[in-house]
Write a protein that binds this ligand. Structure first.
Ligand SMILES: [Zn+2]
Length: 213
């Protein structure tokens, strides 16, 4: 088990660990008013768009203010910029330090699949939006995270950047935009210009289920 390089933030009367990727109530979603249709009519844009609003594949990202530790943590919501950074740099989603890696790959704590998700070969090829974890935080998450329940620990030798999770928009004939349902979109997809990303999705490949961190 690796020594934690960082410790997570603890919050509230119960001193619960708050994941690095969690969004705080002080971090306001600032997408709404600025979202518009590109001048050529062929996709989404921000009225005051800057290069930071798109990733290296040209996909537009949701805007959320950055004020970690302000207000209350929302354990069910991830901050788009911190989630993306943790995925790209393979940082622990709880403390933000380096994720645990050994010969079998990087460590992920996954929600145990239900009987309805009986997929042969699971979790090989699984699309994952929850960044990896370090050893000590894997145990913390298993103890405290209500979403995980009794988690399955998986190592992936090759977590491959696959695409994004977010929502598609369609332009109204009379102006304005209609939001569609949330879902995954692979990089390079023709629908990408109308897609607003809020999480990076990686594909877990060369996976091994392991008993723990
Ligand atoms: Zn950690």
């Amino acid at each position: 088990m690796s020594v934690p390089v960082r410790t997570p933030l603890f919050w509230g009367p119960k001193r619960l660990p708050v994941p690095y990727v969690a969004r705080w109530s002080g971090e306001l979603i600032a997408t709404g008013g600025a979202l518009t249709v590109r001048r050529d009519g062929r996709g989404l844009a921000y009225e005051d768009e800057t290069p930071d609003d798109r990733d290296r594949h040209g996909v537009l990202w949701a805007r959320v203010g950055r004020a970690p530790a302000e207000g209350r943590p929302d354990y069910r919501a991830m901050h788009p910029a911190r989630q993306r950074r943790a995925m790209l740099e393979l940082l622990c989603q709880v403390c933000g330090g380096p994720a645990d890696r050994n010969g079998k790959g990087w460590l992920f704590a996954l929600r145990r699949p239900g009987p309805a998700d009986d997929i042969p070969g699971w979790p090989e090829g699984l699309l994952c939006t929850k960044p990896p974890v370090c050893g000590p935080c894997a145990l913390l998450a298993a103890q405290h995270c209500p979403y995980l329940g009794d988690p399955v620990f998986v190592r992936s030798r090759k977590p491959r950047v696959w695409g994004v999770f977010g929502g598609a928009f369609t332009p109204h004939p009379g102006g304005g935009l209609a939001a569609g349902e949330d879902g995954h979109l692979p990089y390079g997809h023709p629908a990408a210009p109308w897609f607003l990303a809020n999480q990076l999705a990686v594909e877990l490949t060369r996976t091994t289920r392991v008993p723990g961190p």
